[in-house]
Ligand binder design. Structure first.
Ligand code: HEM
Length: 461
């Protein structure tokens, strides 16, 4: 009899606990768990993350949780959730990114936590505004060198063109002059390995081994660059073997977003003839007749060409990063829900930038909307989150904006350009690897003509 009553009591206790947990969980955001425990919706999310986020938002509302490989990812898409993401003190950047950093660059947890703050401060200082004049000079020099190899005319895929200009220029400036391979086969290998790494970064896969070993050990011998400063700090705090891993990460951070930003700026400008014309008039008024000289682009000149900076920012708005993540340290309230500690709070700048409440006519390329931003005071438009936010906002943002502007100016000044291939629909804007826009360049004063895909492509060597 006694055994029977204890069993009943245990069962009742379990039912009560179950109901209690159910009740507690009912205040959580709707959760999409998929069919397989732990795996959750990993497959659907992995195949097309942005589309999946939007589909789920339409079905479940402005806040929802996805189970992805054992992680609870809670997405916020509207004002209240976004404001919590931007302002709450209960969210942590380092705890959210440590795992992906481990999976993509093999940097162990303890090394990451020991070094992160210190390296971030060093990068922020070195890439900060006070060093921009020096970077403008170096970028102009490097890009002129790369433009030389394009010759007087030719045709190539826009993505390829931009990578050919920016990979060597950025690598030489940040990692040391002469580092980037000069041999055609090695350059091709660099492009291929970088592409593989970039493509797999989001999904946290492993680094192609020979990229790590062949591509990065050489970084260690270069002085005076941003990288040397970082390497000194890494070596002081941890073992030398972590240096190449950090260099790979740094290289990825520096190249992966600048290439699409430049690609889209050129694509949007060239597909808006009125904007292209106004930009060319500006360039001629500042530098003289297009194509004549080896011009120097400095900060002062850029200030006279605000439309170009607005075009860059507008292109980044439309092609901005897919997801930002923060770890929830203590439960946070959003709308009528409580997001529990341990969740990853996720925000998609890509979709936020397409919300008409924050950006009227969000799908349109409207550089003039940037007139309202206080760029002089280093402020972007509200809810523009392409560079993240808070304490660990992208330290390379001013360098990146400078780089795209200088690249676009030098290219448009030297060559006459126009597009024939249409700019693809906005929703597939995120990945440029599959987008082919053929680009023809003819040295000024000959008119630059954009050719069709049927025309012959001569890739400059
Ligand atoms: C258009 C170009 C770029 C975009 C859109 C971009 C975007 C971002 C974003 C969204 C983050 C995460 C911030 C957060 O979660 O709050 C980030 C971090 C970072 N970015 Fe950029 N970035 C760009 C260019 C660059 C460049 C050129 C460099 C280096 C020269 C760079 C270096 C970094 C680094 C090192 C971090 C990690 C900061 C940390 O660990 O705390 N980025 N970037």
């Amino acid at each position: 009899m006694e055994l029977f009553s204890s069993t009943v009591l245990i069962i009742l206790g379990c039912v009560a606990l179950f109901l209690f947990l159910q009740r507690k969980n009912s205040h959580r955001p709707p959760c999409v768990k998929g069919w397989i425990p732990w795996i959750g919706v990993s497959f659907e999310f992995g195949v097309a993350p942005l589309e999946f986020i939007e589909k789920t938002r339409i079905k479940y509302g402005p806040i929802f949780t996805l189970i992805v490989m054992g992680n609870r990812m809670t997405f916020v898409t509207e004002e209240e959730g976004v404001n919590v993401f931007l302002k709450s003190k209960e969210l942590n950047f380092e705890l959210a990114v440590q795992n992906p950093i481990y999976h993509t660059a093999s940097i162990p947890k303890n090394v990451f936590f020991t070094l992160h703050e210190k390296l971030f401060i060093l990068m922020k200082g070195k890439l900060g505004n006070s060093n921009l004049p020096q970077f403008a000079e170096q970028l102009t020099e490097q890009l002129h060198e790369q433009l030389k190899s394009l010759g007087t005319h030719g045709t190539m895929d826009l993505n390829n063109l931009v990578r050919n200009l920016l990979y060597p220029s950025t690598t030489n400036i940040l990692f040391g002059n002469g580092l980037f391979p000069v041999n055609k086969r090695k350059i091709q290998e660099f492009h291929e390995h970088f592409q593989v790494y970039d493509d797999s970064f989001e999904y946290g896969s492993q680094v192609p081994e020979h990229f790590l070993s062949h591509g990065l050990t050489i970084f260690i011998s270069f002085k005076q660059t941003l990288i040397q400063i970082l390497l000194d700090a890494i070596e002081t705090e941890t073992s030398e073997q972590n240096c190449p891993k950090y260099m790979l990460l740094m290289l990825w951070a520096a190249l992966s977003n600048v290439v699409p930003a430049t690609f889209w700026t050129l694509a949007f400008v060239l597909s808006h003839p009125d904007i292209y014309q106004t930009i060319m008039e500006g360039i001629s008024s500042v530098f003289g007749t297009a194509g004549k000289d080896k011009i120097k682009v400095s900060e002062d000149e850029l200030k006279k060409l605000p439309l170009i900076k607005w075009c860059v920012l507008e292109s980044i708005r439309l092609s901005g990063p897919g997801i930002l993540a923060r770890k929830v340290m203590k439960p946070v309230k959003i709308l009528n829900y409580t997001v529990p500690s341990g969740d990853l709070l996720m925000l998609s700048p890509f979709w936020l930038h397409r919300n008409p409440k924050f950006f009227p006519e969000p799908e349109s390329f409207k550089p003039e909307r940037w007139e309202k931003a206080n760029l002089e005071k280093l402020a972007f438009l509200d809810y523009f989150l392409a560079f993240g936010n808070g304490k660990y906002q992208c330290p390379g943002r001013w360098f990146a904006l400078l780089e795209v502007q200088v690249c676009v100016i030098l290219l448009l000044y030297k060559y006459d350009c126009s597009l024939l291939d249409p700019v693809p629909k906005q929703v597939c804007i995120f990945r440029i690897t599959n987008i082919i826009i053929i680009f023809k360049f003819d040295i000024n004063p000959n008119p630059l003509v954009l050719i069709t895909r049927d025309d012959q492509i001569d890739v400059p060597t």
